[in-house]
Ligand binder design. Structure first.
Ligand SMILES: [Ca+2]
Length: 421
């Protein structure tokens, strides 16, 4: 089951074998090591680990963890089959020791159940992500991305919290903003997140498949697949339930380019993360057959898929023309992992050693790294944890900005440090 799911984050499984059969992929293009692949030893003074929390609660596959930013310090657990659970902490202390009492006091309940409209097939379809409106405390709006059927399509919708129960949302409150046809079951993206500075909603969409970029969607700007899109949910216009920010790179074009597109040329940008210090928008673009990449998403940029996979040519496999293509900040090969999971820039209070570092992981290898980015290039890439293989599938933070991870097995862990005596 896990291996089958991998095709959603990576074509390691069925689709990779299919591609080899078809001769589309040359495995020789994985040239292996570069300077970014060195793994220095962890800081000898501090080691980090994941501590299981809320073990008594049962979840499906956790694809996203969010907090509402409303001071309640609740955690919202987004599960692929179409349910969002809410965990009420029951305690507000944020020390590691308090986690025990938090667990003892915490309660869990269903916040939103949309299994009636989510297409969940245990491969790549399902409920992906949620984002709370920046003014959620006042308007009760939040946004979700899921896949529906007849026809298969990605849906971006707004829902509202119930008037009389902050721990329940109203399934009938759905307002559909966008529907994007999904031509195949692969590579759907897709996170939703509000820009902390501009207040616009960003959403990632994978190339939609099939493997190998054969659909051509990522370089075709007349569709939204293979892109990061950006919309204004507060100022609907032109008969739509959203508006186009005036400074979107293709706003107002007359060439048929979708004005929602913020950046493109991506394969399967499963996760996005804003750096709260610099405003940089990180994306982890899951690779096809040889490279996983981290990108800094900037307006109008073309990130190269499927002409390039990470820093290597993909189609054609040699002598590709990289003119105008934005290379990744960092990419790594199959010796380190097969499905990159971005990530968060640490901005909490309990782990000062990590302040400002970008934390990311690989789903398949279980490696967790911290990346120091100096504004020009990535430096000091350090593996800090080796977690279970094929487990860690999302990061999240609580209201105190302390990091959690969610796993494919439905478990939640908190990032802690182990002081060495
Ligand atoms: Ca790329």
């Amino acid at each position: 089951m896990l291996n089958r799911f991998l095709s959603y984050v990576n074509t390691r499984g069925i689709s990779f074998l299919l591609m080899l059969t078809l001769g589309i992929v040359s495995t020789s293009c994985d040239s292996g090591g570069d300077s970014s692949e060195t793994d220095p030893d962890p800081d000898p003074q501090v080691e980090f680990s994941f501590q299981r929390v809320f073990p008594d609660f049962t979840f499906g596959r956790i694809l996203d963890i969010q907090n509402a930013g409303d001071g309640s310090n609740r955690l919202f657990v987004v599960q692929q089959h179409g349910v969002i659970d809410v965990i009420n902490p029951g305690a507000t202390a944020n020390s590691v020791q308090a986690t025990q009492s938090r667990e003892e006091l915490a309660t869990e309940s269903v916040f939103l159940d949309i299994t009636d409209r989510v297409k969940f097939d245990e491969l790549e379809f399902g409920l992906y992500a949620m984002a709370f409106h920046p003014d959620f405390e006042n308007n009760g709006f939040f946004y979700v991305h899921y896949v529906a059927d007849n026809p298969d399509r990605s849906v971006l919708s707004r829902f509202s919290v119930s008037d009389n129960d902050p721990d329940t949302a109203d399934p009938d409150s759905e307002l559909i903003l966008l529907e994007i046809l999904q031509p195949h079951q692969f590579h759907n993206g897709g996170q939703v997140v509000f820009g902390p500075e501009d207040g616009y909603l960003y959403m990632t969409l994978g190339d939609g498949g099939p493997p190998g970029g054969a659909g051509g969607t990522s370089q075709d700007l007349t569709n939204l697949l293979g892109s990061v899109i950006r919309i204004d949910v507060d100022n609907p216009e032109n008969g739509l339930n959203y508006g186009i920010p005036a400074d979107n790179p293709f706003a107002g074009n007359s060439s048929g380019i979708r004005e929602e597109i913020f950046a493109y040329g991506l394969r399967n940008p499963f996760k996005l993360a804003f750096d709260p210090f610099t405003g940089i928008l990180w994306a982890g673009d899951v690779g096809e057959s040889s490279r996983e990449e981290l990108d800094i998403v900037e307006p109008g940029m073309n990130y190269g898929w499927p002409i390039m996979e990470g820093s290597l040519c993909f189609d054609p496999p040699q002598n590709c023309d990289g003119t105008g293509l934005e290379p990744p900040v960092l990419d790594y090969g199959r010796n380190l992992g097969r499905s990159v999971i971005a990530g968060l820039v640490y901005n909490g209070s309990e782990l000062p050693e990590l302040m400002g570092f970008f934390i990311y992981a690989d789903f398949v290898s279980g490696r967790v790294w911290t990346l120091d980015f100096n504004g020009d290039q990535a430096t000091q890439n350090k593996q800090i944890i080796l977690f279970d293989e094929e487990s860690l599938v999302t990061f999240g933070v609580d209201g105190d900005k302390e990091p959690y991870i969610g796993t494919f097995g439905g478990e939640i862990y908190r990032l802690i440090k182990d002081n060495i005596q």
